[in-house]
Design a protein around this ligand. Structure first.
Ligand code: XIL
Length: 338
């Protein structure tokens, strides 16, 4: 990054001296990697990672070259970090954080609370005991990583699918509607500098009841001073959940509440030119919204994906750049165009 700045400074002085013509293309040279291209538009580009893959040099070569931010896919979840009540286990998550820090990459924390991936001791609690254990978990985990996580998914997937706009039933939800705000307050107290995000899937389509319900919650939190800084849209797109026509409008609606929006787990089922075009539309939507601050794809190569048969990522199993990669890089390099 320092290198590209000095190149732009040299370019800028050549332009000022009348040696080079003024054009955006020469004023800021195109980024050669996803991270560099995103940085030109003031965005980050990240990837979901799995700690055991850090031993694979083919994997880390791409990760370290292309991405500026990492999100542990599983290593910060409840079952991983507190397998036994009050006994915290941070080894695999710490390895990912150390890998990132050694290379100047930042970390998104995922996730403090989720109805899924819970250890059995937690699933057995209810009422005040569960609420206390839940808040203690948030406090301990956020405190462990204090100052080292750029943004936390404090709560993941708390709303129901379908048309109800209701909260999802879960053990946490059964402790009372205020569990989400209690979690955000505990996270803020434990790590005051981390951005605190609400993260969910199927909130990409503005018309959907679930999207509107999350929007209402975030508006309410902002109005009442509950500490929330960002909304994460997972953005797992498939044939049955394609990139919606109103995706940019959805991002803008959330951003208008004064929060950042981040695409946190992007992947797009498909291949070839069609997949490339879908990726292009997604990146363009983010670039069009000032508060859309970054994009994370949910894995590095197709073979690393949680749904690898959908070949939803930017590199094929051999680590070769796909048409979708070129589309993303090119769109990032074009920058915000309104
Ligand atoms: C997935 C991981 O990628 C898989 O490795 C794991 O087996 C299951 O969880 N929404 C989320 C992520 O918020 O935590 C999920 O990650 C994918 C869906």
């Amino acid at each position: 990054m320092r290198k590209s700045w000095s190149i732009s400074l040299v370019t800028a002085s050549l332009v000022a001296a009348g040696v080079l013509p003024v054009s955006p293309a020469v004023a800021a040279p195109p980024g050669a990697t996803l991270a560099a291209a995103a940085e030109r538009g003031g965005r980050y580009f990240g990837a979901g990672v799995q700690s055991y893959k850090l031993a694979d040099p083919a994997y880390t070569a791409i990760l370290d070259r292309e991405f500026a931010v990492v999100t542990p896919e599983n290593e910060m979840k409840l079952d991983a970090t507190e397998p036994v009540r009050g006994r915290f286990s941070f080894g695999p998550a710490d390895r990912i954080v150390a890998h990132a820090e050694q290379r100047g990459m930042r970390v998104r924390g995922h996730t403090l609370l989720w109805h899924s991936a819970q250890p059995s001791w937690l699933a057995a609690l209810q009422g005040t005991a569960l609420r206390d254990a839940m808040l203690n978990h948030v406090t301990q985990v956020a405190a462990h990583f204090r100052g080292r996580v750029q943004a936390w998914d404090v709560v993941n997937e708390a709303f129901a699918d379908g048309t109800s706009g209701a909260r999802r039933d879960s053990n946490f939800q059964r402790t009372g509607d205020d569990w989400i705000e209690a979690a955000f307050r505990a996270a803020r107290a434990a790590d005051p500098d981390a951005k605190l995000c609400y993260n969910d899937y199927n909130i990409e389509n503005r018309a959907h009841a679930k999207t509107q319900a999350v929007h209402r919650m975030v508006r309410d939190f902002r109005q009442r001073g509950v500490p929330i800084d960002c909304v994460g849209l997972q953005s797992h797109f498939t044939a049955t959940h394609p990139v919606p026509a109103d995706f940019e409008a959805t991002l803008r609606d959330f951003a208008d509440l004064g929060v950042e929006v981040q695409l946190t787990e992007l992947d797009v089922e498909g291949s070839g030119a069609t997949q490339a075009e879908d990726y292009r539309r997604v990146v363009r939507a983010c670039l069009a919204v000032d508060r859309c601050t970054g994009i994370t794809v949910w894995g590095v190569r197709d073979s690393d994906s949680w749904r690898s048969s959908a070949t939803p990522l930017l590199f094929d199993a051999n680590g070769v750049k796909k048409p979708a990669y070129t589309a993303v890089l090119d769109t990032l390099n074009r920058g915000p165009c309104r």
